[in-house]
Design a protein around this ligand. Structure first.
Ligand SMILES: [Fe+2]
Length: 194
């Protein structure tokens, strides 16, 4: 049996992501595979203790931006789990990049070292204070982002784009990409099959 709040988070995520996915798109295929794996089996309990960072003080304001669409239930489930997650900086974050170092936190919800321990997918959250740009990064798996607060995304094939609360962002495998907040805190979820 999966933790009921986590199960609720997964089900609400699936509704919100699939509602926003363009039929036949690569994003839809990636999301479908991530949720298929979520339903196929339940992973192990978390092996990491909960942790927080000062930037987590922006979480409530970010969750208030989600509005009342299908993403509301996702935001509510995330809020219910938030204190049990390990919020941490990206590995090897550079303290000299003050805005980024102090202004972001990631929480791995399902995946290796996540709140649900498993090795076949990553589902996680990124929170950023206003006025922060996430460092350019890349990873082999394709990725779908669901925004829960305003923000913009960039990748090597896409100019800065705000998907709003209706669309998804899709990053093809291995592409260089980043995201940034404007004058409000940023909150988004990411879904990747491993
Ligand atoms: Fe990414």
């Amino acid at each position: 049996m999966r933790d009921p709040v986590l199960q609720r988070f997964i089900e609400a995520s699936e509704v919100a992501v699939m509602a926003a996915a363009e039929p036949g798109s690569p994003a839809e295929a990636v999301a479908r595979e991530v949720f298929r794996r979520c339903h196929a089996r339940v992973g192990g309990p978390s092996t990491v203790p909960p942790a927080t960072l000062p930037v987590c003080g922006w979480l409530d304001a970010a969750l208030d931006s989600t509005g009342d669409g299908p993403r509301r239930a996702v935001a509510d489930a995330l809020e219910a789990m938030a204190e049990r997650l390990e919020w941490e900086r990206r590995d090897a974050s550079d303290p000299a990049n003050r805005a980024f170092y102090d202004g972001h936190a990631n929480a791995l919800i399902l995946g290796p070292g996540g709140y649900e321990e498993r090795d076949d997918l990553w589902i996680g959250a990124t929170l950023m204070a206003p006025g922060v740009t996430y460092v350019d990064h890349k990873h082999p798996p394709a990725e779908v982002y669901l925004s829960l607060a305003p923000g913009e995304w960039w990748n090597a094939e896409m100019d800065w784009t705000d998907p709003g609360m209706e669309r998804l962002i899709y990053n093809p495998p291995g592409i260089l990409h980043a995201m940034r907040s404007g004058d409000r805190p940023f909150l988004a979820l990411w879904y990747l099959p491993l």
